[in-house]
Design a protein around this ligand. Structure first.
Ligand code: C2E
Ligand code: MG
Ligand code: MG
Length: 401
């Protein structure tokens, strides 16, 4: 893979391309080299403005994003590029490399296959991220990480049927940190594998406890979010079945949520999804409608449920275009025998509009925010008085541990 990457970098930088030329006599050819690991450095001497470097970065990103053939296996890989120009960073060779690295870190943070141009204030932000990372390593094995639950309801009856488990981090100084801030760092550092397994285990143990206590009135399923780094062939399925066995839950009680970009990435990811399906676990396509979502992926991916992103739901009431998109998503899902859950339902008007379009499931602040286990239990029992009665009758042994 590294050799093919190097070859593509070389081809992209070939002489005679449209990089702006300064006084051609004094300029060096463009130079590229591997710094180590999977990091490359490209030195452009023939540019007049930062935009020229950005144009080259764009070409590199495009060239590097095309699939690779590794002895017949198709592999997808993307690059992140940090750009720095010598007018901003010129103290020393080390400072140029450090600033390029900082910009690359920022590019990664923004998502896959991006570039970022170095700005002096980036150091501050990166330091913040690095502090969070150090704190996260410390916190991982304490009870600072915990799981909150958001109910998923059946729109027509408003009856709660399932839960989504969402990670939270109670930080000693910063208070509760949002997963929007710490999940990308956990992904970047690989800590997500450990964290993800803990969330999965907690969610399965809690669901098993509720099912034992509430019987037919208990949540039927719990949904747990997965990140790309967790999709390890063999390992993930083994760890999921071990957790299910420990909790004594049938695989059908677990739904794993993946995003489309994650699922479509490469053959390896898709094969892990197959392994999970073979266990009997359901798969939900999360945040549908963001990024480059396509209705075709509903047919191509081995999924059971589509979750319509809350950005869609939010714009639906005021935009007939968004309404049409939701409607066609529901129709295609129905034809393919997939369940549909709308996320981020905040108003009665949204709930009604979704129900009118044939959407059966929903989740959002209108019903409940994500809440800790004990609050979820109280909320659930308030919705289903039968459940409250069962809980009161339950023997002590199945009360919360
Ligand atoms: P998601 O899986 O799409 O989760 C739904 C997010 O929408 C949650 O944000 C939830 O609090 C929020 N939400 C629910 N209802 C409403 C509503 O009515 N209005 C608004 N404005 N927001 C609503 P949260 O908990 O901050 O999680 C954000 C994202 O972080 C999740 O998006 C998920 O992608 C990721 N995440 C959370 N926990 C985990 C985890 O354990 N593992 C992994 N890999 N990712 C996680
Ligand atoms: Mg989710
Ligand atoms: Mg979502």
């Amino acid at each position: 893979l590294l050799r093919q990457i190097a070859q593509r970098v070389k081809l992209t930088l070939r002489p005679g391309d449209d990089v702006a030329r300064l006084g051609s006599d004094r300029s060096w050819p463009d130079v590229a080299g591997r710094l180590g690991g999977d990091e490359f450095v490209v030195l452009l001497d023939r540019i007049a403005r930062p935009e020229d470097a950005v144009a080259v970065a764009q070409r590199l990103l495009e060239a590097l994003a095309a699939p690779y053939d590794l002895s017949g296996r198709q592999v997808q890989s993307t690059a992140s590029i940090g750009v720095v120009t010598s007018d901003v960073s010129c103290e020393s060779v080390e400072s140029v490399l450090r600033d390029a690295d900082t910009a690359m870190y920022e590019a990664k943070r923004r998502g896959r296959g991006r570039h970022a141009v170095f700005q002096p204030d980036m150091h501050q932000r990166i330091r913040h991220a690095m502090e969070l990372e150090a704190d996260m390593r410390q916190a991982l094995h304490s009870d600072a990480f915990y799981v909150v639950y958001q109910p998923i309801v059946e729109l027509a009856s408003r009856r709660p049927v399932g839960l989504e488990a969402l990670a939270r981090w109670r930080h000693a100084e910063r208070g509760v940190v949002s997963p929007v801030d710490f999940i990308p760092i956990a992904e970047e550092t690989g800590l997500i594998v450990d964290l993800g397994r803990r969330v999965l285990r907690r969610a399965c143990l809690d669901l098993a406890r509720w099912q034992a206590a509430l019987g037919p009135d208990a949540p039927r399923t719990v949904s747990v979010n997965l990140s790309r780094a967790q999709l390890q062939p063999g390992l993930l399925a083994t760890s999921v079945s071990a957790v299910l066995a420990e909790a004594g839950l049938p695989a059908s009680a677990l739904r794993l949520e993946i995003t489309e970009t994650l699922a479509m990435q490469d053959d390896a990811a898709v094969s892990v999804l197959g392994e999970l399906r073979a266990l009997g676990v359901s798969l939900s396509l999360d945040d549908f409608g963001t990024g480059y979502s396509s209705l075709a992926s509903l047919d191509q991916l081995p999924i059971d449920t589509v979750k319509i992103d809350r950005a869609f739901v939010a714009k639906m009431v005021s935009s007939s275009y968004q309404t049409a998109l939701v409607k066609s998503t529901v129709q295609v899902a129905e034809a393919l025998d997939l369940a549909v859950i709308a996320e981020g339902v905040e108003t009665e008007a949204q709930a009604e509009a979704l129900a009118a379009l044939g959407c059966r499931g929903a989740q959002g602040f209108l019903f409940s925010r994500p809440v800790p286990a004990n609050e979820l239990e109280a909320w659930w029992c308030a919705q289903l008085p039968e459940a409250a009665q069962r809980l009161a009758d339950a023997p002590d042994s199945i009360q919360p541990a």
